[in-house]
Design a protein around this ligand. Structure first.
Ligand code: CP
Ligand code: NVA
Length: 302
């Protein structure tokens, strides 16, 4: 493992090892307080962030490393200078690059031209760090994640893609319910279904919300992602039947609600569900740091 660009690049064993390490770091942080001693990591953000920015900064600090935050005010990648030059120059000084970009190809370019590990902190295609934190969260609720029935309802997006790969690798059953025209990327679906078949998992896609069936956890995300210029009124009208509310949770018998955040209450999910008893949102947010620290230790640790 040289980089973390997408969960699809991991083997089942690598994914399981990352989740195990994340649990160890969470339980015994002092044992890892020097894991990144003397290491510096550049964190590049083309888009806003609360959880990813803070969890990487604090997490790197807890591992004894040093994080350098690069926003786009002092020269956007590809504008002031090419992405290739960003990668080659940063590689002269830092030991790793964490990047949140609009285009996934920018992250691939950083990995291609740089000589240090690159971690995807969200692109238009994937959000692997989120997916890892989410499966860590599920593995804290369920003894055997491969038996979990997870439903994702809403816009088929970067988060959906990473969840699909993760569920497939872990051999879990995942149902993705999206309005017509908002399904996940076709190639990702095919790949995730192939991975699921190999590991005894199942990936079902439908736009029929009434066909949801029994679920353990229901996950949703914003209906309009960063960088997506869709018209909110049109999206709300189309997505309204897919809102997560108490009735839907109860009908599916789902104990848990999940959301990567930021959440828009009364839009993709009601406040009653987002802030309700079965909501795992803060456990997911906390686990971002532990999952990312497992990635950092694996890629850069000594
Ligand atoms: N879930 C997530 O990535 O949050 P931020 O956009 O705040 O980093
Ligand atoms: N799908 C969302 C996730 C935010 C963490 C977006 O890309 O904006």
């Amino acid at each position: 493992m040289n980089h973390l660009l997408s969960i699809k690049d991991l083997s089942q064993k690598q994914l399981q090892e990352l989740l195990t390490l994340a649990k160890q770091i969470k339980a015994n942080p002092a044992e890892y307080s020097n894991a990144l001693a003397g290491k510096s990591i550049a964190t590049i953000f083309e888009k806003p962030s609360l959880r990813t920015r803070v969890s990487f900064d604090v997490g790197i600090n807890k591992l004894g490393g040093h994080a350098i935050y690069l926003d786009q005010q002092n020269g956007a990648m590809g504008k002031r200078e090419p992405v290739k030059d960003f990668a080659t120059n940063l590689s002269c000084w830092v030991d790793g690059i964490v990047a949140r970009t609009f285009a996934h190809s920018t992250i691939e370019e950083l990995a291609e031209h740089g000589s240090v590990p690159v971690i995807n902190a969200l692109s238009d295609m994937y959000h692997p760090c989120q997916g890892l934190a989410d499966f860590l969260t599920l593995s804290e609720q369920f003894d055997d994640v491969s038996k979990v029935k997870l439903a994702y309802i809403g816009d088929g997006n970067n988060v959906t893609h990473s969840l699909m790969y993760g569920a497939a690798l872990l051999g879990a059953k995942m149902t993705v319910v999206c309005p017509q025209g908002h399904f996940p990327d076709g190639q990702v679906v095919v790949e995730a279904q192939e991975i699921a078949a190999k590991h005894g998992g199942e990936l079902v896609l439908t736009s029929d919300i009434s066909a949801l069936g029994e679920q353990d956890a229901i996950y949703t995300d914003t209906w309009i992602s960063m960088g997506d210029n869709a018209d909110m009124a049109e999206i709300e009208a189309k997505f309204k039947p897919y809102q997560i509310n108490a009735e839907l949770m109860s009908k599916a018998g789902a104990s848990y609600f999940m959301h990567c955040l930021p959440a828009y209450r009364e839009v993709e999910a009601t406040a009653e569900v987002v802030d309700g008893e079965g909501s795992l949102i803060l456990q997911q947010a906390e686990n971002r740091m532990h999952a990312q620290n497992a990635v950092l230790v694996t890629l850069l640790g000594q």
